[in-house]
Design a protein around this ligand. Structure first.
Ligand code: SAM
Ligand code: SF4
Length: 340
């Protein structure tokens, strides 16, 4: 359906857990309490909400978290979503740690795309930044995913938050120098994967890590790769701007939520692991669908209430975020709770 500003809202990000097996410093550092399991929706409850979303025009779903692969039944959930009439595309974003174990299950369930989050190719910094992660495991997962997804035409993308890695390392007490992010391009050179940089957003712990501006990154890359040019090919429905570098198998994408504000084209809503539907990342506003799901109404009346709550929130979606005025940001949750 369209919102009050005429934007077609057809994409829902669904966070199926607030738990994670990593502790990325900008997202969920050590010591963050998790919600009691009873507060987290069951997979059937998320699916019920997605069904209502589909009736309102949602066509694409991103399964996220926390780390979605730590939620038991994640592959079955993907299969469940794929059965919902109207849902055309189900993709997942993961830190990759458990991907080796679940890749075949996801593909069998019909997943349409796999995004793997990875911010550095320095094994020590990766461990420091993620609190626990083993880089080798994620690199192997990327290689495996590329191999298995290729024949099935399932795109694999690598997402990196645009961080000043020397600054991050300093804050974490790890010795590291250099920008770090240019090394990630090696993945797009060696494999048919798009490497996308996402401007760090001032949500939760992300506020402590000032983003590296994408203009600055682009200027650097253009000096390094004079043959680099805009890639106008289709890479999905997201807001990334892509570039091709001669000799590279994948493209380089920039998702510039702050400096290339794309709110006028925003097509998404977000469902948190507790069943709270948010229409903009920036504001705490939303509708508590869990309350409706677990309320006293039954059958069609419950369904009607869910639909009405969702319809109102989608229609009332704010025109734009206000990240450029951090004092106006009202969202206080961590990214892991919201799903990114
Ligand atoms: N655990 C999964 C993963 O890492 O892909 C899914 C959840 S994670 C919250 C989704 C994405 O949000 C990741 O790519 C992560 O890097 C990104 N993210 C977390 N905090 C962020 C922030 N403050 N600004 C921008 N992206 C952020
Ligand atoms: Fe976990 Fe993903 Fe957040 Fe890292 S970014 S702590 S992997 S949810």
């Amino acid at each position: 359906m369209k919102d009050q500003w005429g934007r077609e809202i057809d994409y829902m990000r669904v966070s199926i857990t607030d738990r994670c097996n990593l502790r990325c410093c900008y997202c969920m550092p050590h010591g963050i309490p998790w919600a009691p399991m009873a507060d987290i929706l069951t997979l059937e409850e998320y699916a019920q909400i997605v069904s209502c979303g589909a009736a309102l025009g949602i066509r694409k779903v991103k399964v996220t978290g926390g780390e979605p692969l730590v939620r038991l039944g994640c592959c079955d959930f993907v299969a469940m979503l794929k059965q919902i009439p109207g849902i055309e595309q189900v993709t997942i974003t993961t830190n990759g740690v458990l991907l080796g174990r679940y890749l075949e299950g996801l593909l069998a369930a019909g997943v349409d795309g796999v995004n793997i989050s990875l911010d550095t190719l320095d094994a020590g910094l990766y461990r420091a930044l993620t609190g626990a992660g083993e880089l080798e495991q994620v690199l192997n997962a990327i290689k495996e995913a590329v191999k298995s997804c290729k024949g099935r035409k399932v795109p694999v993308k690598v997402n990196a938050v645009s961080l000043n890695l020397s600054e991050v390392a300093k804050q974490l007490g790890y010795a590291y120098h250099g920008p770090g992010w240019p090394e990630l391009l090696e993945l797009a050179k060696g494999y048919p994967v798009d490497v996308r940089f996402i401007e760090t957003m001032p949500i939760g712990y992300g506020k402590q890590y000032p983003p590296v501006g994408h203009q600055e990154m682009l200027s650097y890359l253009k000096r390094q790769y004079p043959g680099m040019e805009r890639d106008e090919g289709f890479h999905g429905h997201g807001p990334a701007t892509y570039y091709r570098i001669p000799g590279f198998q994948g493209s380089i994408g920039f998702i510039s939520a702050l400096h290339g504000k794309f709110c006028h084209n925003c097509n998404r809503v977000r469902l948190t692991s507790k069943g709270f539907l948010k229409s903009c990342l920036c504001y705490e506003d939303g509708v508590d669908l869990r309350k409706i799901l677990r309320g006293s109404e039954t059958g069609q009346r419950k369904q009607d209430q869910l639909m009405e709550g969702m319809r109102q929130k989608i229609w009332g979606k704010p025109a734009a975020h206000c990240f450029e005025y951090p004092e106006h940001v009202t969202e206080y949750e961590n990214m892991a709770k919201i799903g990114g």
